[in-house]
Design a protein around this ligand. Structure first.
Ligand code: UTP
Length: 291
């Protein structure tokens, strides 16, 4: 099996109901965090991890995603004519970023089903999955950290974070053992989707970054409907455990659930504060708000 991860799958075919009404006509993945759509953060993270092909799973009503990564000749000519060189470069950079292919998921039957749609495009090699509404701020991009670990373990890897208290019930949770000499790595024994706090086998919650071996596709073909009546990716990963090692990896960095209104607000403040053009003004504004 190749040690290099070439392809990243970005599922973007969900309804984004937590963000209604904004997501009625605009894909959740196109909501802007400061001035970039969420999905662009995901694509940039993939590029930083050495990925050279992106496969986006879309559905009806998501054509704005394809337009975003396409050329925009009218806009480019207008910016050129008005001498807006910086904006022109910014616009061109997005369409020249990387090779992007698209596949449709006809119905949002769940994340496992969305990933299964990419089977022919991914082929017989390990690949990454990035959920674009999980935005991660990290000195070394999260997927790059995982690709480096994959080079050592050559097995599927799930990004995890420690979640305290009842919030654990919103996640897939690992039953796992620590790995000697690497405090960030855990050998997975089992997975429980959205357990009650009392039943959670650990505090290691799975978040939206995965490296998976291609064997997952065979398993996803046969999984029954799981939690929430959806075809769950975690059920496919459970199947992997019968024949392969799977690792949890506690990434270094901070993850924001930008598919959720509160998470998006926190990300917006933190990302804007870090920007040299926006941070100082926003900091002054926040100081004078009475809380
Ligand atoms: P989410 O569960 O966060 O997205 O899935 P959602 O279902 O669109 O959002 P809510 O919960 O209703 O607000 C994570 C990612 O997986 C994609 C989503 O588009 C999102 O990027 N997804 C989910 C699919 O592509 N297909 C599906 O069937 C489900």
């Amino acid at each position: 099996m190749t040690k290099k991860i070439h392809k990243a799958v970005i599922p973007a075919a969900g309804f984004g109901t937590r963000f209604l009404p904004a997501t009625k006509a605009i894909p959740k993945e196109m909501l802007a965090l400061v001035d970039k759509p969420l999905i662009q953060y995901g694509v940039e993270e993939a590029l930083a991890a050495g990925i050279d092909e992106i496969i986006i799973v879309t559905s009806r009503g998501k054509s704005a995603i394809e337009d975003h990564f396409d050329m925009s000749p009218e806009l480019e000519s207008s910016l050129e004519a008005r001498g807006k060189t910086e904006l022109l470069e910014l616009t061109r950079k997005v369409s020249n970023m990387v090779l992007v292919s698209y596949v449709r998921q006809k119905e949002p039957l769940g994340l496992g089903h969305a990933v299964l749609q990419t089977r022919d495009m991914v082929g017989d090699e390990p690949f990454a999955v990035i959920l674009p509404d999980d935005v991660i701020d990290a000195a070394t991009p999260c997927l790059k950290q995982m690709v480096d670990v994959f080079g050592q373990v050559e097995s599927s890897i799930l990004a995890t974070q420690i979640v305290e208290g009842p919030a654990i019930s919103s996640y897939g949770v690992l039953d796992c053992d620590p790995v000697k000499d690497n405090p960030r790595l855990h050998a997975v024994k089992g997975l429980v989707e959205k357990p009650k706090q009392a039943d959670a086998p650990s505090k290691n919650a799975i978040i939206g970054r995965y490296i998976l071996t291609p064997h997952i596709f065979e398993l996803l073909e046969h999984i029954p409907k799981g939690a929430g009546g959806e075809l769950q990716l975690t059920d496919g990963i459970k199947g992997l455990l019968d024949t392969e090692k799977v690792f949890g990896y506690t990434f270094e960095g901070r993850r924001y659930d930008a598919g959720d209104k509160a998470g998006m607000l926190q990300a917006t403040v933190d990302f804007a504060l870090k920007r040299s053009d926006l941070g100082p003004g926003l900091r002054e504004y926040l100081k004078q708000i009475r809380l």
